[in-house]
Ligand binder design. Structure first.
Ligand code: ADP
Ligand code: MG
Ligand code: MG
Length: 192
């Protein structure tokens, strides 16, 4: 990962979020409050705008900019959680860690903030699968899709989806799906 790839990563993530805004909202309807599409779309629009205006000069500045914009613009549960991810990544990057470790630090910060474990049907499930795969250099688009799909049979134990209890079973978790878009975008940016 470097600054150019990182910027491309955020641009591609933004495109995916805007294209799939309605689907993200649809996923957040049976097990949430129908705002995940709006939350992510608003946040990522601000992120790409801020990149153009502030022109980060290195990867650390980029990660910082993403953190502050997601925190201030997204709202909901997902804003602070995504911001925590990028904050953890920013710190690990500053410490000179390699990319797999940086992503792991992102996951750890999500868990520090939201207290979700793997299997609770949240974005943590997706991040856990991705971090494990990246550490073995085995991340693929199929693996991401399978990890998103794997949230479907689970019963939600954290966040709003946990309020509907058993009725959360059979639905994909919206935050896992949007995190899937994040990592599809990462693979695409890395391949360019
Ligand atoms: P809200 O639920 O506040 O409306 P969003 O709809 O934007 O926020 O985001 C919902 C997503 O946030 C969920 O699908 C889930 O992936 C994630 N989420 C919620 N609570 C937690 C948590 N405690 N830990 C990790 N992820 C969580
Ligand atoms: Mg919601
Ligand atoms: Mg909400």
């Amino acid at each position: 990962m470097n600054l150019e790839v990182g910027i491309r990563w955020m641009e591609l993530f933004n495109e995916k979020v805007q294209n799939e805004k309605d689907y993200l909202t649809q996923l957040d309807t049976p097990i949430g409050d129908s705002d995940h599409g709006n939350n992510m779309s608003r946040g990522m629009a601000h992120v790409v705008e801020a990149i153009e205006e502030q022109k980060p000069e290195n990867l650390n500045e980029l990660l910082k900019l993403v953190t502050t914009n997601l925190l201030s613009k997204v709202g909901g549960a997902s804003g602070p959680l995504y911001a925590s991810a990028f904050m953890g990544m920013m710190k690990a990057e500053a410490a000179g860690e390699e990319w797999a470790t940086i992503l792991k630090a992102g996951l750890e910060n999500i868990q520090m903030r939201g207290k979700a474990e793997k299997g609770d049907k949240t974005m943590v499930d997706l991040w856990t699968a991705v971090v494990e795969a990246v550490s073995k250099d085995e991340l693929t688009h199929d693996l991401i899709d399978e990890a998103v799909e794997a949230t479907k049979p689970l019963k939600a134990k954290k966040g709003r989806a946990s309020y509907v209890g058993e009725r959360s079973i059979g639905h994909i978790d919206p935050g896992a799906y949007s995190s899937g878009l994040l990592f599809h975008a990462m693979l695409e940016a890395e391949a360019e």
